[in-house]
Unconditional design. Structure first.
Length: 569
C-alpha cells in the first residue's frame, strides 16, 4: 500500500511492538506528529516539558521493562536537547531509538533554520545512527535500528529523517519484527561499532572457566549491570549458591542479586562496603560478570584485585582487558553462559572464606548507626518496609544516589533505575515518568537531591498532566552535597559555588503544579507524609531536610586502593 513516510514511521513503530513514545513536537517533525494524532488509538504519545526529559523517560521505560524505549524530537535545538539522554543510555547500555526530523533534503548542509548535523553530533554516543535520504529505505532503516538497539550489548540508535522524506508517498508492506537472534545479528553490517557478533562459547571455554572456579579457595563474583540486561539473575544466583561464592555488586548491578542474601557483600568501589572492597583484595579468583571495571569500582586499576586471577564473562569483547588484565574470559550471552557454567561448577559448602567475609561485614562506618535526625538510612529502610520488593526506585545523581545504593535492600531486577556511567544530574524525574508509564500498577518512588531536582523539576507538569502517582523524596541539604563532600575532604573546606541557600520552596513548587507537597522536619513527619502519599495513590513530593555535612561513607579517594577507604571523619 502507498502511504506517507510519516505514516511509515508510525506503522513501523507499531510493528515493532511499540505502544508508547515520548517526545516534543516542532516544525520539521510535524508530519509524524500528525500521523500520531491519527493513530492515537494504536500508539500513545507522552508529551514532556523538555526534550531531555523525554529522552530520560524513554530510558526509564526501557530499563524498567527491558524493551526498546522510543523518543522523538524536532530538528536543531529539539534534537540537541536529546544528546544528554542519548549519552546516558549509551554509557549504561540501554536500548533506545531516537527519531529526529531535519530540514528538507535540499536544505541539508546549508545552515538552514534549525538545522543541525545531529547524526554527526551523536556518532560517538550511539551504537549506530542514520540519515534517511531515500524514502524507499525508511522502513528497512527503522527495522534495522530496533534490531541494533536490542542486539548484543544494547544501546541507543538515532534515525534522522529530512522533512521531505516524511512527506513522500511510498510503498509500504508490513513485516514481522526481527528477533535479535545470533543469525540475525550476524546478518547485520559487521563493521558497525559495538554490534557484537555473539559467537556461542565452546564447551572448552566453559570448562576452562569452571576449572578456574572449582580450583579457587577464595572466589568472589563481581556482578555488573550486564546480568540484569541479559536477565541472568537466576543463573547467577544458582551458581553462587551451588559453589557458595560471595557476590559483590556494582551500582548498575544493585538489583541483580538480593541484598539480603547471606552471600551478598554489598556494593563495591568508591562508596562500596568495606567487606566488598577487602574481599576484592583478598580473593584468589575474581569472577566479573557483565561488568566493565569502571574507575569508580577499581580506583587504581593496577592495584585492583592484584593478588587474584580474573575471569571475565561478558557479551562485548571490547571490554575484555580494557581496564583490568584478565587471566581468562568467556565472550557470549551472559544468561546462556551462566546456565552452562552452573552445570560444571562443583557444589561446595561455606568455609573459612565466608567466616572472614562475615567478620568484614561488621566493619561499617559509625555514621551508618547514627542517631542523627533524618538519616538517609532510616528513610530508605522505611520506604522498603512500606512498599516491599516490587517498588521501582529511581534516583538523580549525587549523595542521595549513593545512600539509596547503600541502604535500600533491593531484591528484584529492574527495580533500581539510576544513571551510572554518565552520572547525569537531572536524569531521575524523567526516568521515573518512563518507569511509571511502563508499569502503571507499580509504586514508583524517586529519590532526588535538591541540586539535581532543580535541573528537571519542570517535569512535574508531565507527572501531573498524566496523573502519574510518582512519589518524589527530595533530600534537601541546601548544597551540592557530593561536591561539598569533596571540598570538605580535599579542598580545605572552600565551598566554591556549592551552597544552595536560595529557592525554590519545593513544597510550593509542587503545589504550583497541583501536586501534593509535604515538608518533613523529622523522621515521624516523614513517615506520616509517606504513609499519606501511598494511601492517596497520587503524585506527591516530600521534602526532607537533612544535615548539611552528612557524608557518604565509606569513601575511597580517587587513585587510592579500594581496600583502604575513609570510614569516618
Amino acid at each position: 500500500m502507498k502511504i506517507s513516510g510519516a505514516r511509515v514511521v508510525v506503522e513501523c513503530l507499531i510493528e515493532q511492538g511499540v505502544h508508547t513514545v515520548f517526545g516534543y513536537p516542532g516544525g520539521t517533525i510535524l508530519n509524524i506528529y500528525d500521523e500520531l494524532y491519527l493513530c492515537s488509538d494504536r500508539i500513545r504519545h507522552i508529551l514532556t516539558a523538555h526534550e531531555q526529559g523525554a529522552a530520560h523517560a524513554a530510558d526509564g521505560f526501557a530499563r524498567s521493562t527491558g524493551s526498546v524505549g522510543v523518543v522523538m524530537a524536532t530538528s536543531g535545538p529539539g534534537a540537541t536537547n536529546l544528546v544528554t539522554g542519548i549519552a546516558t543510555a549509551y554509557m549504561d547500555s540501554v536500548p533506545l531509538v531516537a527519531i529526529t526530523c531535519n530540514v528538507g533534503t535540499p536544505l541539508l548542509g546549508k545552515d538552514s533554520f534549525q538545522e543541525v548535523d545531529i547524526a554527526g553530533i551523536t556518532m560517538p554516543i550511539t551504537k549506530h545512527n542514520y540519515i534517511v535520504r531515500d524514502p524507499k529505505k525508511l522502513a528497512a532503516t527503522i527495522r534495522e535500528a530496533f534490531l541494533i538497539a536490542k542486539s548484543g550489548r544494547p544501546g541507543p540508535v538515532l534515525i534522522d529523517i529530512p522533512k521531505d522524506v516524511t512527506a513522500a508517498v511510498i510503498d509500504y508492506a508490513p513485516a514481522e519484527p526481527t528477533a535479535a537472534t545470533k543469525e540475525s545479528v550476524a546478518a547485520q553490517k559487521a563493521s558497525l561499532r559495538r554490534i557484537v557478533k555473539t559467537a556461542e562459547p565452546t564447551d572448552d571455554d566453559i570448562r576452562a572457566a569452571a576449572d578456574l572456579i572449582n580450583a579457587a579457595e577464595r572466589p568472589l563474583i563481581y556482578c555488573g549491570g550486564g546480568v540484569i540486561i541479559s536477565s541472568a539473575e537466576k543463573e547467577l544466583l544458582d551458581m553462587a549458591h551451588k559453589a557458595q561464592i560471595p557476590v559483590c555488586v556494582t551500582l548498575m548491578g544493585k538489583s541483580a542479586f538480593p541484598t539480603a542474601d547471606p552471600l551478598c557483600t554489598g556494593m563495591v568501589g568508591m562508596h562500596g562496603t568495606k567487606a566488598s572492597n577487602l574481599a576484592v583484595g583478598k580473593c584468589d579468583l575474581l569472577i566479573a560478570v557483565g561488568a566493565r571495571f569502571s574507575d569508580r569500582v577499581t580506583s587504581d586499576a593496577k592495584r585492583f584485585a592484584k593478588n587474584s586471577k580474573v575471569l571475565h564473562i561478558d557479551i562485548d569483547p571490547a571490554e575484555i582487558d580494557k581496564n583490568v588484565k584478565t587471566s581468562a574470559s568467556v565472550i557470549g550471552n551472559i544468561k546462556e553462559t551462566l546456565a552452562r557454567l552452573v552445570g560444571m561448577v562443583e557444589k561446595k559448602d561455606a568455609g573459612k572464606w565466608h567466616d572472614q567475609i562475615a567478620e568484614w561485614k561488621q566493619l561499617v562506618p559509625p555514621s551508618w548507626m547514627s542517631a542523627k535526625n533524618m538519616h538517609p538510612r532510616v528513610i530508605c529502610e522505611y520506604v522498603h518496609e512500606k512498599l516491599g520488593d516490587d517498588a521501582i526506585i529511581t534516583t538523580e545523581v549525587g549523595q542521595h544516589q549513593m545512600w539509596v545504593a547503600q541502604f535500600y535492600p533491593f531484591a528484584k531486577p529492574r527495580t533500581f533505575i539510576t544513571s551510572g556511567g554518565l552520572g547525569t544530574m537531572g536524569f531521575g524525574t524523567g526516568a521515573a515518568i518512563g518507569a511509571q508509564v511502563a508499569n502503571p500498577g507499580a509504586y514508583v518512588v524517586h529519590f532526588a537531591g535538591d541540586g539535581s531536582f532543580r535541573m528537571n523539576c519542570n517535569e512535574l507538569a508531565t507527572i501531573n498532566h498524566y496523573n502519574l502517582p510518582v512519589i518524589i523524596i527530595v533530600l534537601n541539604n541546601g548544597t551540592l552535597g557530593m561536591v561539598r563532600q569533596w571540598q570538605n575532604l580535599f579542598y580545605g573546606q572552600r565551598y566554591s559555588q556549592t551552597t544552595l541557600d536560595f529557592g525554590p520552596d519545593f513544597v510550593k513548587l509542587a503545589e504550583a503544579y497541583a501536586i501534593r507537597g509535604y515538608r518533613a522536619k523529622d523522621e515521624s513527619e516523614f513517615k506520616a507524609a509517606f504513609d499519606d502519599a501511598i494511601r492517596e495513590r497520587r503524585s506527591a513530593l516530600i521534602e526532607c531536610r537533612i544535615d548539611l555535612d552528612e557524608m557518604v561513607l565509606p569513601m575511597v579517594p580517587g587513585g587510592k586502593p579500594v581496600d583502604d577507604p575513609i570510614m569516618e571523619v
